[in-house]
Design a protein. Structure first.
Length: 329
């Protein structure tokens, strides 16, 4: 089944590139659309031929996204774990399960060729884990107390290897790129709404001699709609990227451990567990990085595939969801 494993890696990377390209095309397409609508509703020469609305949309979106990304880049994965109340576990840990977790992390680091990252414990009853950080040398891995207590060594090894898969494939960097872009879309909408609120006190304002519209009001209304539309579809694209990267991380877990039962049994335990989601509320921005995340809105916005599909892909030794198989030569 090695061929299928490598085929999954190829297909996952190909799909990710397609989704990221769609993200950029959507952003530029909406910017062009904003300008065309503005020119239709107001004088085409409202800004002496300069596409101001389109430039504002693109400029603010990428500026905010860039700021968010650079801010996160300077912090590293340890910052994310510590912001969620994570406690660092070292080689001198006295608790048996914590020492076991650290030893397993060293084993998978050796198997994957990745430097051993800092390991953190999150005091939550839910079975969960995540990897954070933009680069391999600044990555960190965290696991919940519930995962340590309810999973055996083989299952913990599978979960840790899954998180190493995210580090190995650069999934965290992709996720943060997308999260930063979504923040840019949201900021456009927020800024436009604030401007619209302020413009309500300006009065009639200057009117266009052709279309009779107030350029300021028209522009901010266009940006409100553009921000809402791009945020909505951006969230869908982020979910699509995240879902298919989970399949790839599951496959990497099998590659690093040579044991599909570890990761599969961990997923089975999660599926049969009925524990209230007690992950720290401070981690809402990072839920797409979790080993398991139940999305309230289900399907379209779910950042993780259904557990049954993940288990089926592993049990079938295909390491890919059924909908991908028909595309494999």
């Amino acid at each position: 089944m090695a061929a299928n494993f490598w085929e999954l890696q190829r297909k996952a990377r190909s799909r990710t590139k397609a989704y990221l390209t769609a993200f950029v095309v959507m952003t530029l397409g909406v910017a062009v659309g904003c300008e065309l609508v503005m020119q239709h509703l107001v004088d085409p020469n409202y800004a002496n031929g300069v596409p101001m609305v389109g430039l504002v949309f693109v400029g603010v979106t990428f500026a905010v996204a860039g700021f968010q990304y650079l801010a996160y880049r300077s912090q590293g994965g340890a910052y994310v774990a510590e912001s969620l109340g994570g406690r660092l576990v070292g080689p001198d840990a006295t608790n048996f399960k914590e020492q076991q977790l650290y030893n397993i992390t060293e084993e998978i680091a050796l198997a994957s060729g990745i430097p051993t990252p800092p390991v953190y414990i999150i005091e939550a009853k839910q079975i969960n884990a995540f990897a954070a950080g933009l680069t391999r040398d600044k990555a960190a891995i965290a696991m919940t107390r519930g995962a340590l207590e309810m999973l055996d060594r083989e299952e913990i090894q599978g979960v840790v290897a899954h998180e190493f898969g995210h580090i190995y494939n650069g999934d965290m960097k992709i996720s943060l790129h997308l999260a930063a872009m979504l923040m840019g879309f949201f900021f456009i909408m927020y800024l436009a709404l604030r401007t619209l609120h302020g413009a309500a006190f300006i009065g009639g304002g200057r009117r266009s001699n052709q279309k009779g519209g107030n350029p300021v009001i028209v522009a901010v209304l266009i940006l409100v709609v553009a921000g809402a539309v791009t945020w909505f579809f951006g969230a869908l694209l982020r979910a699509m990227v995240s879902r298919q990267r989970e399949y790839l991380a599951d496959a990497c877990a099998i590659q690093f451990t040579r044991n599909p039962e570890g990761i599969a049994n961990a997923l089975r335990k999660i599926g049969g567990l009925h524990v209230k989601n007690d992950m720290p509320k401070e981690g809402m921005a990072y839920t797409h990085m979790y080993f398991d995340h139940h999305q309230a809105f289900g399907g379209w916005f779910a950042t993780h595939p259904p557990l049954k599909k993940r288990i089926s892909a592993i049990e079938g030794r295909t390491y890919m969801p059924d909908e991908w198989k028909q595309d494999v030569d």
